[in-house]
Design a protein around this ligand. Structure first.
Ligand code: KE4
Length: 432
């Protein structure tokens, strides 16, 4: 039995000075019960909490730690950069180098602007698309999460649906009116919205592989259908690759599926664990961004030298080691195959969706292809399963509406341990 008294005490103490005791809602374990574990260190596949418990980490900071925790190549770059001052607020060589590297890796990106989070990236991309087209409305998909920008907290996934606030208070009616939503994978619904708002839609933004309602894959023809529609209607197609960028391939989902958007947003892996986001796309669009063009966007710490050192090291490694993706495909495939065997042995037919090193088990026997079908899952059962895994030293996303992120630090031996723990936790969860 794993006990965590120091984490319990810290969580109680945190309530007095931090809303909900955490700096990001999904970390509070609200959806799964119990209290979060306060971490002190992590190395390779493992995280260690304040009470000295060790966890096999399948969240990896929600994606960034694709090489496992404290990867030498990233840590060394940061340690080398630190003595030269943490920030200048002036342009640096590293910013030029990482921009050129991103342009060389992401098919849609001809010019890119660095920011400090995925939220900043998506907020900025939408503003640029509106400035470029002179149009106000955007289309997003139910269950997709694009950060906490006002325009996106409409039918939002991730922590918003986890906490039951997919439409957050504080978002004005005016803002909400400019955000139209359609079910994921439903091209007809998008066409209907476009026909009803002719010439008013600036952008369609989506996760090309959705990770914020649990893992939902794009149906055959969905991405290409959006591409064709946007070309016809002069709408900016934006792939939010904050999760999928540099994870599903060195060129993200757009390279994997062969569909090139007009703009892309990035985060997570791009900073190697440091706070970094970025947005970019076609030259003619990005030329609208100040100071080249009239659309204003800025940031004191954008392109921060320490964050750029980490991101540069991470992206360079991924570009030079394509075998990372082959390894992750194999490891993740073996994890899911083991889970399928578990379900068979237990006579359960829950749904598992996977693309590369991102996957989710949904506690429903229905196929999961959009938000509504994801919501047929038994979230109470998921909570029992989550805690069963935590008790066995496996750290999953504390919500049915999140995906897992496998790192290269997960060996075949750890795959077996994961599959065994998952069998026991599943058996226990369904019996309760
Ligand atoms: P950040 O502002 O959290 O860096 O990125 C926002 C964002 C944008 N787009 C996509 C597709 C994302 O998944 C995210 C953030 N992902 C969540 C996990 N579902 C971050 C975890 C959290 O909110 O604490």
């Amino acid at each position: 039995m794993i006990h965590a008294p120091i984490s319990e005490e810290l969580f109680q103490r945190a309530q007095h000075s931090i809303p909900g005791g955490v700096n990001s809602p999904v970390r509070a374990f609200r959806a799964v019960g119990g209290n979060p574990r306060f971490m002190v260190s992590a190395k390779g596949p493992y995280m260690y909490d304040e009470d000295g418990n060790r966890y096999l980490d399948l969240i990896n900071s929600w994606g960034p730690m694709i090489l496992g925790h404290a990867a030498e190549v990233v840590n060394e770059a940061v340690i080398k950069a630190i003595p030269n001052s943490l920030s200048f607020g002036a342009p640096t060589r590293k910013e030029v180098e990482i921009a050129e590297l991103i342009v060389s890796m992401m098919p849609s990106i001809e010019k890119v602007r660095m920011v400090n989070s995925g939220t900043e990236a998506t907020m900025s991309a939408i503003r640029v698309a509106r400035g470029f087209t002179g149009r106000d409305k955007i289309i997003k998909f139910e269950g997709c999460y694009h950060g906490h920008g006002d325009s996106f907290l409409i039918s939002a996934g991730s922590g918003a649906i986890t906490l039951g606030v997919p439409d957050s208070p504080g978002v004005t009616k005016g803002t909400a009116n400019d955000t139209l939503t359609a079910p994921y994978n439903n091209l007809e619904a998008v066409q209907t919205l476009v026909d009803a708002n002719k010439g008013q839609i600036a952008a369609i933004i989506l996760e090309p592989v959705a990770g914020n309602m649990g893992l939902v894959t794009p149906a055959e023809g969905f991405l290409q259908g959006l591409r064709t529609l946007c070309d016809k209607e002069g709408i900016v197609l934006i792939f939010d690759e904050v999760m999928t960028g540099f994870r599903l391939s060195a060129g993200g989902a757009q390279q994997l599926y062969g569909v090139t958007p007009d703009m892309s947003t990035m985060g997570k892996i791009i900073g190697g664990g440091m706070p970094v986001g970025a947005y970019g796309g076609k030259k003619e669009i990005m030329e609208f961004v100040a100071p080249a063009g009239p659309v204003y966007q800025a940031g004191t710490l954008s392109g921060n030298p320490i964050a750029m050192a980490a991101g540069m090291a991470m992206l360079t490694y991924l570009k030079e080691h394509p075998e990372v993706y082959t390894q992750l495909e194999q490891t993740s495939g073996n994890m899911v195959a083991g889970m399928q065997r578990n379900l068979q042995k237990l006579g359960l037919n829950y749904t598992i969706n996977r693309v590369g090193s991102m996957f989710s088990i949904f506690f429903t026997d229905k196929p999961v292809y959009d938000f509504e079908s994801a919501k047929t899952s038994d979230t109470a059962l998921f909570g029992r399963y989550f805690n069963g895994m935590l008790q066995r030293g496996v750290y999953l996303a504390p919500s049915q509406y999140e995906a897992l992120f496998v790192s290269t630090a997960v060996t075949e031996e750890l795959v077996e341990q994961y599959v065994q723990a998952s069998f026991e936790a599943l058996q226990e969860a369904v019996q309760q």
